[in-house]
Design a protein around this ligand. Structure first.
Ligand code: LHQ
Length: 264
């Protein structure tokens, strides 16, 4: 694929490596990048032997959010309807990642700002390079955190930290992000892609139908009481118990050998 593409996609062992690729703009989103990213995610969803996704950014940033030069407010004219931008571009992307029936790992290789931070955080497992920073940059330009930010942040780190990050736009370093539970792990810069690739490969070789059900259960939990959630777990376990991977998991355990999961 040509390096002029706004998003690159490469097949790896069992997973799709997806790289935001506008490094001179710190991988800020324009409309083309949205469509390209969603297209690659759809390919991953629909291709049976792609069983996980690894999302990262080219160059020194993960993503600086919306490309602010796309909508130059100095030009005057009527105020734009940013609700339309969210409805048509950002919200479908967040919904796609959250509903995808395959694990999505995010390797935050550098600064993640605005919607770029929240798109990273809505992935299933987030690793960040030690030099990466998370910035809820919205308040600096008069906006509110979008792409799920005001939903995710208080759930991940509590209201006090969520409000302070969102209202000040203060950068949060990767080590603190990990210690607060905002992300899974902070790793040395030079090890990020190897560690994230190993993780994506490991998930791709796993019992991916069970992983998809696990993802959905954990996401549903915030919105339902325990009593109802126990029923959801029962239904999901019923489905998991009917997979070939469950049969293989138990068989391999009893035979004292590594499991060979097929994702079916
Ligand atoms: C950029 C950007 C950028 C364009 C760096 N756009 N060029 C949703 C709905 C609709 C509309 C509005 O937005 C949203 C959601 C959002 O995401 S709102 C939040 C948008 N993002 C931001 O406000 C972040 C803006 N960027 C920054 O604050 C800084 O660039 C960060 C802190 C990310 C990085 O700082 P530095 O490491 O000092 O890099 P830099 O500022 O020098 O940037 C390098 C280049 O990238 C520079 O271009 P240049 O031609 O001077 O080299 C920047 O203009 C460009 N760039 N972010 N979002």
């Amino acid at each position: 694929m040509a390096d002029t593409e706004t998003v690159l996609a490469h097949r790896r062992d069992g997973y799709l490596l997806v790289t935001l690729n506008r490094p001179d703009r710190l991988n800020a989103f324009n409309e083309d990048m949205h469509h390209a990213l969603r297209g690659h995610l759809t390919d991953a969803e629909e291709t049976a032997d792609i069983r996980a996704v690894l999302l990262t950014g080219a160059g020194r940033a993960f993503c600086a959010g919306q490309d602010l030069s796309d909508r130059d407010m100095r030009a005057g004219g009527p105020a734009p309807d940013l609700g339309v931008t969210l409805d048509t571009l950002y919200n479908p992307l967040v919904r796609q990642i959250r509903s995808m029936n395959k694990p999505v790992v995010c390797a935050v290789n550098g600064v993640a700002a605005g919607a770029g931070a929240n798109i990273a955080l809505c992935c299933d497992i987030v690793l960040a390079a030690q030099s990466a920073r998370f910035i809820q940059a919205f308040s600096k330009i008069g906006l509110v955190p979008d792409s799920g930010g005001t939903w995710l942040l208080p759930r991940l780190i509590g209201e006090a930290r969520a409000k302070a990050l969102a209202m000040t736009g203060a950068p949060l370093d990767a080590e603190t992000a990990a210690s607060w539970g905002l992300i899974w792990k902070c790793v040395p810069d030079s090890e990020l892609m190897m560690e994230a690739g190993n993780l994506a490969g490991q998930l791709a070789a796993g019992a991916t139908r069970g992983l998809a059900l696990t993802k959905q259960l954990i996401q549903q939990a915030a919105g339902q009481p325990l009593d109802q959630h126990l029923d959801s777990e029962r239904d999901a376990q019923r489905q998991a118990g009917r997979t070939a991977d469950y049969k293989e998991g138990v068989t391999s355990f009893l035979e004292k050998r590594p499991a060979r999961f097929s994702g079916s």
